[in-house]
Design a protein around this ligand. Sequence first.
Ligand code: ADP
Ligand code: MG
Length: 866
Amino acid sequence: MATYTPMIQQYLKIKANYQDAFLFFRLGDFYEMFFDDAINASQELEITLTSRDGGGEDRIPMCGVPHHSAPNYIEQLITKGYKVAICEQTEDPKQAKGVVRREVVQLITPGTVMDGKAIQDKENNYIASVTVFDSQFGLALSDLTTGENLVAICASFDELLNEIYSVGAKEVVISNEFPESLKKQLVDRCQATLSYQLDTNTTTKFEVILNQVTDERLVKTFDRLLTYLERTQKRSLDHLQQVKVYYLQDAMKIDLYSKRNLELTETIRSKGKKGSLLWLLDETKTAMGARLLKQWVDKPLVDRSKIEERLLMVETLIANYFEREDLRQLLKEVYDLERLAGRVAFGNVNARDLIQLKKSLQQVPEIEKLCLTLQKEGYFSQQLDACVDLAMLLEEAIVETPPLSIKEGSIIKDGYHSQLDQYRDASRNGKTWIAQLEQQERQKTGIKSLKIGYNKIFGYFIEVSRANLHLLEEGVYERKQTLSNAERYITPDLKEKESLILEAEEKIVELEYQLFVDIREKVKNYIPRLQGLAKHLSKLDALQCFATVSENRHYCKPNFSSNGELSIKDGRHPVVEKVMDSQEYVPNDCSFNHDRGMLLITGPNMSGKSTYMRQVALTSIMAQIGCYVPATKAVLPIFDQIFTRIGAADDLISGQSTFMVEMLEAKNAIAHATSQSLILFDEIGRGTSTYDGMALAQAIIEHIHEFIGAKTLFSTHYHELTVLEEQLHSLNNIHVKAIEENGRVVFLHKIEEGAADKSYGIHVAELADLPSSLIKRAKEILTELEKEKTEAIPVKTKDIVKEETFSDSDSQLSLFPVEKQASNKGQQIPKKEQAAIELLKSLNLLEMTPLDAMNELYQLQKKVKS
Ligand code: ADP
Ligand code: MG
């Protein structure tokens, strides 16, 4: 039996350790993939699948990408959730005996990728690791691009999923013993790539960053993550920061469903940032500030003093417009210091990055001065570390506009390094000498057009046009190259100078690279200081962003109550208001207190019920992240949790039905809400039959009222539920006002006390331009239903009537149940109704506009009523 060639054997040996990754196997200028990797990669990347003889019986599937365009292909695979192992030749092929040695130098995964499109400027790129401890979970998070590390204990798997989902971790490192059923949920719910790491023994080098972690479970969980990072990255992780322990109960809890429903960081429909609360708030000037803002939005505070501290700083920034504008200008010049620090540690910064770093540092003294001015108002006590010595080093060493490449010189300033200056002198002197030689040769030969040029193949040469050749002295010039109308010559003197110049230039390039690497190493020592500075600057940025948005959009500073009272005056939905033009937005009040803990909202479809409920939740969230709120006055309790069940957002990802999701979300709220929580239930029970739905809705309302006492906004299309106000002490009816004008419904979007009188669903159908005949028919049915309703108990009426109306085989008759009833009883139809029927029959519906139909209907009604 034929055996594989040594190279394929080598490939297989390496691949055995990287089963779950695409192995990019370096062969000359290409990365090749073989076997299944080749088949899969050719599909994912749409590249040609070929094959090669590998010594075995069959040809081996193969595909490859040129090494210089590999980053692009790697990025594509990573964004799709795959991992890529980069296998390089680690010895000079010329020196190799037999197959050249190859090793995997890095495993790139969704959670460890450092650059490219997979990394968003304004978002962290976390990798997580999870360990199960009885019923609890240790969670560790690390952002390799910024060096940030976090650990927390999650009390339940739901909590864990929430955390992983909300930080958007793309990869989760677990041990082999992790329960299968939970694995599946991690992948499905959080769309995370799973990775495995068994042992957890990192080098002692990292013990120091774990100093503040005392819980052994967290140490173990973080260790697993770190071991994985060390194993896969195989390079300096010097920028990893102190591991910070955080406690889930320090933040307002908003579960995965509610985050999605409230569109805090992305919208339900497009999954994009645009249209979300984060989008509205993002007036940050730096990428670090934007990332912090996202973290804040994801974790509203519950500690009153911390909230008030942020609010006071925002207030100060609002009060000092000019300082704030200056601050914004300065921040604009500040580069992403956190990610830069990461790249410095990884050794992939170039001179342009360092210039950016210098410019950023140069802003800091001014920013500090501004903070001192604001300090007079209190609260801006931070000392900023401008890393002055580093800024000076970069100023002295690196030219203002260096090239992208770090290997071709032109990076280091004159005067920074004496040896470099000497080489440069030599090179410059040589060039002056050549310029002088050109003059001398022209005089000597009398050829005015004689010139000295340079190209890479022949070096320096003297060029003389064909017409002047006879003027050259014989035997002095050696011909090197013939062009169509000129000849090129060299002389021994010229060649001598040339080698001096070239030698100097070669040394310059070498030395510049060396100096650059040295500087880069020096910058490495500043990593912790740069990270500290980054933290301060990002906080300033996030705060100025709140101040800017609050002022521009006329928000007010919220106050907090300690007795659960909530009172919002002229509240607005911040995003809807921004999108629609604030002139048109109708502000609404909202109040809760001891006797008013639940609000049952009725009102026509499209009138603004959902918007109203969300605006209350968003107002509270904005307040608890330390921002002003869209209202003219707001007194708010501090909510521990917010639960929402809004709209009919299908949870398509997990393949559950709408109603099941609805019930899951309801369960989540009911199981976890406390009297300090806010619950929004928007048309709950809609996903099932009327009786079912209404029964459930009522039972849920009663349950919250009796056992939970959470502040609740409950919108419903079941008008029947409004009678509950009489039975449940703290339940109050409110409604969104709509009026009828010329038979058309006009939404006022105004919330008023009491229940709505009807549902106006048909009017909305009309607005949506359903055929006028259909609308008309719906109105008839409705009138009939409503008539019946007054005669029977509310819940049952509809169904009884429905049966009666539709069981009749004669559709004409069923159109007019009035007529039917009348004739059944052998009674005469009143005259005016008969006339109306005649008129109705004569109408040509297909020719009518909805407006005409409305008018006719109005006339008809008038006839019957009068
Ligand atoms: P409902 O839940 O009652 O069906 P929505 O809350 O979805 O209604 O609101 C429907 C539309 O009405 C919104 O998309 C918005 O354009 C508009 N709207 C809602 N509230 C207001 C308001 N207070 N002022 C102006 N327009 C509003
Ligand atoms: Mg709604």
